[in-house]
Structures are given as structure tokens and as C-alpha cells.
Design a protein around this ligand. Structure first.
Ligand SMILES: Nc1nc2c(c(=O)[nH]1)N[C@H]1C(S)=C(S)[C@@H](COP(=O)(O)O)O[C@H]1N2
Ligand SMILES: [Mo]
Length: 414
């Protein structure tokens, strides 16, 4: 549950022109402080007027604000917070709603003092400041980031945010890691590198050098602004399509070698059971997944035309097809994909459906360009020979009740 502490109940009510004119609504706004010290407004602010054409508005300011009528928030625990997927339009996650996963909190880093060391199997070990990194040719790319632990199920009252809110999408800007590899002269026998973060977890992961040459980005910006502290300010590794954990935040060191390091994060964690008591390690790719985000719990629908909407993505390339079923999986129709459909990116899908009041289930499943189709939870459990673990991407079904209530359909009730 959200830990929200109310610090102010109501603003002292000033006598507004509206009230003098006999306006009925009493303006009430609460300033709420979350446990993270963020301040959010709830309620209708005092300065909302009946006729905005009759009153000079608030003047221009230094930083934009959100309308107090917009309530989208992340749901958070101490270690992570989940994006409200059901509130999003289009394909970009607003930066302040990007999911978070911290193993030891968000460090406060002075960007002028932060450095990135690249050493190991290189001709010329180098230390880069953030200013140095910004002098290299830059690249911008829209791609999703998903935690491989992104799954919840087992009960009916779950929202898209609860089920899979540990995925978000941004436009990431930075320098290609391949550019830096050339700069330091990565040696041909360098096959792995260690990425290390400068947080209290000193997060470390072993990454194949091939990914570094391919599409890895040393990112310093997100959606047109410097990275948010929660996303790794002043610099993070960004590995498109790979499990979120490998995109090491607050990046301070890359060490090239000829073998993986078998760090804590890849031995005790981020490995998952497969069959016969075996575990797979270095399971980097995010498997294709989709979820209907509207209609979804806790919405209630009305009879008539409904635009079913959702998100689909794959860590192995482009989404080529999303299918939607409105009869509990008996028949499937191909949904429309909103352009652009990008590589390793969330894409929005939509499908028009006429609901006549019958009890049913609606589902989506995605196929990516490798031909892989999103499995059911049952198929996942059968293939893995176990229940749970990382990299769970099952088809998500929503039950539609005759009164229009929408509930999550847990495939397996616990
Ligand atoms: N240094 C460092 N990097 C990190 C983490 C961390 O705790 N420390 N968490 C990882 C995990 S588990 C995930 S899923 C992503 C989350 O990135 P985000 O918080 O920007 O969404 O960052 C990864 N990089
Ligand atoms: Mo994660």
C-alpha cells in the first residue's frame, strides 16, 4: 500500500469571488507528503474558478506543473515503485512515473564529481567525467526498460500497475558504448565486461562485450532532460531489451575481461528455475509480453462500443502482431498497432469491441519478429517445471461481469 502521510487537511478558505457570487462548490485541497518527501496535491485547488475567461490565470513559471485533477501516481514499497500503465496515453512513460527498483536506495551524486572508469582488457584505461561523455557523438532511442521480476497474480483485485507496473518506456540519450570501447581500445579477447554502480548496493553485473558493441548506451538523459536520480543520475548503462537489472544505474566502472564475474546479482538472484532442478543464469532477453490496460480492474464498462487498449513489447525485436480475444480465448482477432512500432519498445494496440452485456473474458497475446508468441501461465509453469521465478510474461485475462465490472482473472488461484 502507498504510504501517504497527510500533513495539511485543507487550505484556509479565502472568500473568493465565486463564493461571493453564490458559487456552490467549496474548494478543498490537501497537500499530501509521501514518505519519500514528495509533495502532491489532492482535491480541487482554491484557484479553480467557474469561468476561467473572467480571471487572469497563473503566470508563467520556471518548471511546469501537473493539473491537480490528474491523480496518476506510482505505487511504491521501500524497494520499488510501479508505473500506472492504465493511465498512460501513447508510448512514452512520463519521467516522474517511470518505475523504480533500487537495491539500496537512490544515491545523491554530484555530477561534477562523478566519474566513469573503463579498464581491464583495454589498450588505454580511461576515466570519463560526465562532461567528457557529452562530448562524444550522441544517440537517442525510444525503448522500454522492464524488471525481470515484473509479475504479480493470484487474486482478482489487481490493476495493470499491480500485475506488471515494473516496465516503463523513455527516450534515452547518451553515448554508444561501442564509441567508448573504441576510445579505450577494447582488446579482441575481451568477451565480458563488469558494470558497477556507485550506489550503496554497488550493483555489479557481467555483460557480454557483444552487447556493448551492438546497442548498449551509456545514457545521461531521458525524455529530453538529464536522467532523474531514480533512473541513475548522472549516468546509467542502458541495455535495450535486456532485463532491467543489467541496466546498471549510477554507473561508475566498466571492467573488460575474458570471463563473466558471477556476481551476487547473477548467482543468488536473477537466475530462474528451468526443468529438473536446473537453473538458467544470464537470461538477459525480456520475452514478448502484452497486457490490456483498458478496460481493466477497477473499471466498470457500459454496454456498447469499447476501444480495448493495451501495451505490447519484446526484448528480442519488433512486435509483429497482437491478437485480442473477447470470448475467453476461443476466437482471436488481430489488433491495430499504433505507429511507430519500434524495435525493443512498448507499442500501443487497440481493438474495437461491441459489448452486449454478456459475461466474458478479454485477453491479448503478442507475437514478435522472432516468431515467439506470448505463453499462458500454465505453459510457462510446464516449460519451467516450476511455479514462479523471474521472466514471467503470461497472457493476462480480464473477466467482464454482467454488471460491467472488470476483474483480473488469476489463472491459478492460491
Ligand atoms: N546501481 C544500481 N543499478 C540498478 C539497480 C540498483 O539497485 N542499483 N537496480 C536494477 C534493477 S533490478 C532494475 S529493474 C533497474 C530499474 O531501473 P529504474 O529504477 O530506472 O526503473 O535498474 C537496475 N540497475
Ligand atoms: Mo529488476
Amino acid at each position: 500500500m502507498d504510504k501517504i502521510v497527510e500533513i495539511t487537511q485543507e487550505f484556509p478558505k479565502k472568500i473568493s469571488r465565486r463564493k461571493l457570487l453564490g458559487g456552490a462548490a467549496t474548494a478543498a485541497v490537501a497537500i499530501i507528503q509521501t514518505t519519500k518527501g514528495q509533495t502532491i496535491q489532492k482535491g480541487i485547488p482554491e484557484n479553480v474558478v467557474d469561468d476561467p475567461t473572467k480571471k487572469l490565470g497563473v503566470l508563467a513559471g520556471e518548471v511546469g506543473t501537473r493539473s491537480p485533477f490528474v491523480k496518476s501516481v506510482k505505487k511504491f514499497s521501500d524497494i520499488s515503485s510501479r508505473s500506472p500503465l492504465q493511465d498512460f496515453y501513447g508510448m512514452i512513460t512520463p519521467s516522474d512515473l517511470h518505475f523504480e527498483r533500487h537495491h539500496a536506495g537512490v544515491p545523491a551524486i554530484d555530477p561534477t564529481k562523478h566519474e566513469l572508469l573503463i579498464h581491464g582488457l583495454v589498450e588505454k584505461p580511461l576515466v570519463f567525467t560526465i562532461a567528457d561523455l557529452k562530448r562524444f557523438p550522441s544517440v537517442s532511442r525510444i525503448a522500454f526498460l522492464e524488471c525481470s521480476g515484473n509479475f504479480r497474480g493470484g487474486k482478482e483485485n489487481l490493476t495493470p500497475q499491480d500485475i506488471c507496473g515494473l516496465t516503463s518506456q523513455s527516450e534515452w540519450t547518451g553515448v554508444k558504448l561501442s564509441t567508448l570501447f573504441r576510445e579505450v581500445g577494447a582488446k579482441p579477447n575481451a568477451t565480458w565486461f563488469l558494470a558497477e554502480g556507485g550506489d550503496a548496493a554497488v550493483m555489479t553485473r557481467s555483460i557480454p562485450v557483444k552487447k556493448g558493441w551492438d546497442d548498449a548506451i551509456v545514457a545521461y538523459a531521458q525524455n529530453g532532460e538529464p536522467l532523474r536520480p531514480e533512473q541513475g543520475f548522472p549516468v546509467r548503462l542502458f541495455l535495450p531489451g535486456w532485463e532491467g537489472n543489467t541496466s546498471v544505474k549510477w554507473l561508475r566502472r566498466l571492467e573488460l575481461s575474458d570471463a563473466p564475474y558471477y556476481t551476487r546479482e547473477e548467482t543468488s538472484k536473477y537466475t530462474e528455475p528451468i526443468k529438473d532442478g536446473k537453473y538458467r543464469i544470464f537470461s538477459f532477453d525480456i520475452d514478448a509480453r502484452s497486457i490490456i490496460t483498458f478496460p481493466a480492474y477497477p473499471q466498470q464498462v457500459e454496454k456498447g462500443w469499447i476501444e480495448i487498449r493495451g501495451l505490447a513489447w519484446s526484448g528480442r525485436g519488433k512486435v509483429i502482431k497482437v491478437e485480442v480475444s473477447t470470448d475467453a480465448g476461443k476466437n482471436w482477432q488481430v489488433a491495430q498497432l499504433n505507429e511507430p512500432v519500434l524495435d525493443k519498445a512498448h507499442v500501443q494496440f487497440r481493438h474495437l469491441w461491441q459489448w452486449r452485456g454478456q459475461e466474458t473474458e478479454i485477453l491479448s497475446r503478442v507475437t514478435d519478429e522472432t516468431g515467439y508468441t506470448q505463453p499462458t501461465l500454465k505453459q510457462l509453469f510446464e516449460a519451467r517445471g516450476s511455479e514462479g521465478g523471474y521472466h514471467m510474461n503470461p497472457v493476462t485475462a480480464w473477466q467482464i461481469k454482467p454488471d460491467g465490472r472488470v476483474l483480473f482473472k488469476p489463472e491459478i488461484l492460491r
